[in-house]
Write a protein that binds this ligand. Structure first.
Ligand SMILES: Cc1ncc(COP(=O)(O)O)c(C=O)c1O
Ligand SMILES: Nc1c(O)cccc1C(=O)C[C@H](N)C(=O)O
Length: 409
């Protein structure tokens, strides 16, 4: 099949049912943003919503807003709305803390439910914070690692395993686990599963309840577009609401405003809360959820796969073997990103960014492109590959200015 032309991509954009959402984001002119898998773009009405919370709810309402503006319940009300994106029934998700902290709480809760078992299984290639939190928690427990090219899950699952922590979509390669099959496999061994949804929430439909998942965590600043550092979420299936999580702060207390001297966990998902929620960050997330309430997740997935297919096809035909596609071609195991291997990937990405195409680099050799169906167009994909082809053809990435390592990549 010949490559689609740029005109053909324009036609696809014109018929794209998600096309109207692009106008609801602030995107700098002339920039192609393919890094929404690290930090999502700014929804147009977020600034107004945050300004309202600052000037009205804080400025005028002051302390009264804890009651009058629903501040106290935001972790639960926004949690239910995030639950709608990840297939979790109301009352099983709270928005709070960071993903790192929520990984700690979820793993601890799972361990408390399997007191006769002491092994935590995790993915060797997981995002570092998941590895570090697990290592920190392991203490008396054993921490076994699996990986695609190491021992498989089946090989390490035995009667000692209490909990398995996996990231649904791998941050480096975009490879996706079969959530239903893996959850079943873990349960068959009598263990519990914690899913990290950082790279799948808002990227594709997820059915936590349908899969029988035990716990899940994730961030809201990537595909959900909640803003830099927007609060994370934690899900616990209703059957696990009696679990113990050791960060027993006052917002997780049964009656926080009785100010008693002894901790008594709240009923339900609220026991996973710890301290005062950062309300200004919640406002950013709330604004983006207004948008998500109108998104058809099936259409989102269809477009995501179409965008990543288009990108891979164009890379295959236009980049002449200068890069290797590291992301699975099989739809069933692909998230919403494509990663390419190039031994000078860092410099290549810096050169690309200088040309107005923003992706990112993950050591040792991956250049990553996130595809966010709400604001990425087919023409963006076509132009991004054309620019990358040019950067590689001209070898402009060899210029010394592109070798300088930035603090945050
Ligand atoms: C899989 C995964 N888990 C966790 C995190 C981050 O956790 P936190 O928001 O606590 O920094 C990221 C990205 O930053 C991630 O990709
Ligand atoms: N969380 C981030 C941060 O605090 C600074 C810069 C980037 C990030 C990211 O989200 C990285 C991202 N999780 C990744 O997949 O690489």
């Amino acid at each position: 099949m010949p490559d689609p032309t740029r005109d053909a991509c324009e036609t696809r954009d014109a018929h794209d049912p998600l096309r109207p959402f692009r106008d609801e984001f602030v995107l700098p002119d002339g920039l192609i943003y393919l890094d929404g898998n690290s930090l999502g773009a700014l929804p147009r009405h977020t600034a107004e919503r945050v300004a309202h919370v600052v000037t009205q709810e804080w400025g005028q309402g002051l302390i009264r807003s804890w009651n009058d503006a629903g501040w106290f319940d935001k972790p639960r009300t926004l949690g239910d709305r995030v639950g709608g994106l990840i297939g979790a029934e109301p009352g099983t998700v709270v928005v709070c803390d960071s993903t790192s902290v929520n990984v700690f709480k979820a793993l601890s809760a799972a361990l408390s439910l399997r007191p006769d078992r002491d092994v935590i299984v995790g993915d060797r290639d997981n995002f570092p914070t998941d590895l570090y939190i697990t290592q920190g928690l392991a203490g008396d427990h054993e921490h076994r690692l699996i990986s695609v090219d190491g021992p498989s899950l089946a090989e390490v699952l035995d009667e000692r395993v209490a909990v398995v922590l996996l990231t649904h979509v791998d941050y480096r390669t975009g490879r996706m686990y079969d959530m239903a099959a893996v959850t079943e496999q873990v349960h068959a061994a009598g263990a519990l599963i914690v899913w990290d949804l950082c790279h799948s929430a808002g990227a594709l439909p997820i059915d936590l309840d349908g899969c029988g998942a035990d716990f899940a965590v994730g961030c809201t600043y990537k595909y959900i577009n909640g803003g830099p550092g927007s609060p994370a979420f934690i899900h616990a299936a209703t059957r696990h609401h009696e679990a113990t999580q050791p960060l027993s702060g006052w917002h997780g207390h049964a009656r926080p405003f009785e100010f008693t001297g002894t901790y008594e966990p709240a009923a339900g998902i609220s026991r996973f809360l710890v301290g005062t929620p950062p309300l200004l960050s919640y406002a950013g997330l709330e604004a983006s959820l207004d948008l998500w309430d109108r998104v058809d997740l099936t259409a989102l997935r269809t477009k995501s796969l179409a965008l990543t297919d288009l990108f891979i096809d164009l890379v295959d035909s236009r980049l002449g073997g200068r890069v290797e596609v590291a992301t699975p071609r099989d739809h069933a195991v692909r998230g919403s990103q494509v990663s390419l291997r190039h031994e000078d990937g860092y410099a290549v990405m810096q050169a690309l960014i200088a040309r107005g195409v923003i992706g990112d680099f993950r050591a040792p050799d991956l250049i990553r492109f996130g595809f966010t169906p709400l604001y990425t167009s087919y023409v963006d994909v076509w132009d991004a590959v054309a620019t990358l082809a040019d950067v590689l053809e001209t070898e402009e990435w060899r210029e010394s200015r592109f070798a300088k390592r930035l603090l945050v990549t």
